[in-house]
Design a binder for this molecule. Structure first.
Ligand SMILES: *[C@@H]1O[C@H](CO)[C@@H](O)[C@H](O)[C@H]1NC(C)=O
Ligand SMILES: *[C@@H]1O[C@H](CO)[C@@H](O)[C@H](O)[C@H]1NC(C)=O
Ligand SMILES: *[C@@H]1O[C@H](CO)[C@@H](O)[C@H](O)[C@H]1NC(C)=O
Ligand SMILES: *[C@@H]1O[C@H](CO)[C@@H](O)[C@H](O)[C@H]1NC(C)=O
Length: 392
């Protein structure tokens, strides 16, 4: 190894070199600003962990009663139990990011939508975690419109939520992406090794001849396609060039029609109610398959479903209901979904790109029981359009 002959430099030069080194080290420490609020993988384990909280249905706090709990649990049960669960699961999992996938508040029962939202998200802020949110079909039923709710979310502390991409005509509110950088000080420190897409899946159809829920629109798919393609190009073409695109996760509220593709024989978790997707298929699943980078999509909306099933190389996952003022099933614990993404390590011990994506759920029972742990994706196990080789 070539040693730098420091003795060849006169003392003032040494000081200058030291100053330059310190400035460079500080810059490297901050890292290049990626479009993700500085999210990155941890050095210790090479992991990045996301806690998904679906359907809190928060309203007025202590005065808002719980729904669907056992008769002996009714007394003293309120929105504050939702808050307590969020604190417990954050403490137990120590996530790097909390994602709220809509119906964060239940507008119809909220006196002041902004206040309800502040109270619902408060534990993530109090624990000083970065968080990102999207909206569902109930957030706007109170004192704020859909646009108003999203504007409020993007103004809150520690939020990485964004209103919409700039300079793009797009449907809905809360369409954005986040980038997660590689471990600081490694070759991939300035690259987005994991991408996350957030989309507004709407509330209800506005087309009179089509009943039911809303859907992801063509304008949103166009933005997703363009963003995915650009991220993939940057990952594989910019130095240090990577062989395969970085994997991605998608988060929204309403299930795509493809969530109906499974039976108990090919999903992990439970299906205890129908799949409340829109009555037409706007094609977003196919768009994700074509883009190739999304390995798993995570939603909420149907509180009694909490399964993950794999279709055409993409895992479709429910989180299960989190909130106590949301409908549920008495005796069936409220729950949250955790996703843990693991980096590959070289033989020399340097962290690389993503190796695997795992998931499990946490129940709001006495021991915060973890259930249904599974690997959603492994590098090399399911390349673009290839057949499943890892079905157990
Ligand atoms: C709600 O919180 C109260 C107060 O901590 C607790 O006693 C009660 O068991 C909780 N109820 C449920 C259903 O978790
Ligand atoms: C990452 O960016 C920082 C700041 O621009 C730079 O100092 C550092 O050398 C970069 N690291 C790599 C591996 O490219
Ligand atoms: C890809 O890299 C270019 C050049 O650095 C940058 O302008 C663009 O925003 C990147 N694409 C995405 C989706 O971040
Ligand atoms: C799941 O299993 C059912 C019943 O065997 C089958 O009809 C369906 O096509 C399977 N779905 C997937 C995505 O493999």
């Amino acid at each position: 190894m070539a040693r730098l002959g420091l003795r060849r430099f006169p003392p003032p030069m040494l000081l200058l070199l030291l100053a330059l080194f310190l400035v460079a080290a500080a810059a490297a420490g901050k890292g290049k600003k990626r479009g993700g609020g500085g999210l990155r993988f941890r050095r210790e384990g090479g992991t990045f962990k996301v806690l998904q909280v679906a359907d809190m249905h928060y309203a007025d706090g202590r005065s808002t009663a719980c729904e669907d709990v056992l008769p002996e649990q009714v007394a003293g049960c309120s929105d504050l139990n939702t808050t307590a669960f969020l604190y417990r699961v954050i403490r137990a999992e120590d996530p790097d990011l909390v994602v709220f996938t809509g119906d964060n508040i239940y507008g119809a029962d909220s006196t002041d939508a902004a206040k309800s939202m502040d109270a619902a998200i408060a534990p993530a802020i109090a624990m000083n975690l970065p968080w990102a949110a999207g909206i569902g079909n109930h957030d706007q039923e109170g004192t704020l419109s859909r646009e108003g709710v999203m504007r409020h979310l993007v103004g809150m502390k520690n939020t990485l939520s964004r209103f919409n991409p700039e300079g793009v005509e797009i449907d809905g509110f809360g369409n954005y992406n986040l980038e997660v950088g590689g471990v600081e000080g490694t070759l991939l420190a300035n690259k987005s090794v994991l991408n996350m897409y957030f989309l507004d899946s709407g509330d209800y159809s506005t087309v009179p001849s089509i009943p039911g829920y809303g859907w992801i629109k063509a304008s949103q798919e166009a933005w997703f396609r363009k963003t995915s393609s650009s991220l993939q190009k940057n990952y594989t073409n910019e130095e240090p060039r990577q062989k395969e695109p970085a994997p991605a996760l998608a988060y929204f509220h309403i299930p795509l029609p493809e969530f109906s593709s499974f039976t108990a024989s090919n999903f992990t978790g439970v299906k205890q109610e129908g799949i409340s997707s829109p009555s037409i298929n706007s094609g977003f699943f196919t768009t994700m398959v074509e883009a190739g980078d999304v390995k798993a999509a995570f939603i909420g909306h149907d509180h009694l479903n909490d399964f993950c099933g794999k279709l055409t190389g993409i895992q479709l996952c429910y989180a299960g209901g989190f909130g106590y003022h949301a409908y549920g099933k008495a005796g069936w614990s409220r729950r949250a979904r955790v996703v843990s993404v693991q980096l590959e390590k070289t033989e020399t011990g340097e962290w690389q790109g993503v190796k695997s994506i795992k998931t499990w759920k946490r129940l709001d029972d006495q021991h915060l029981t973890s259930i249904d742990s599974e690997v959603l994706w492994n590098r090399g196990s399911n390349g673009r359009g290839s057949k499943d080789h890892d079905r157990s």
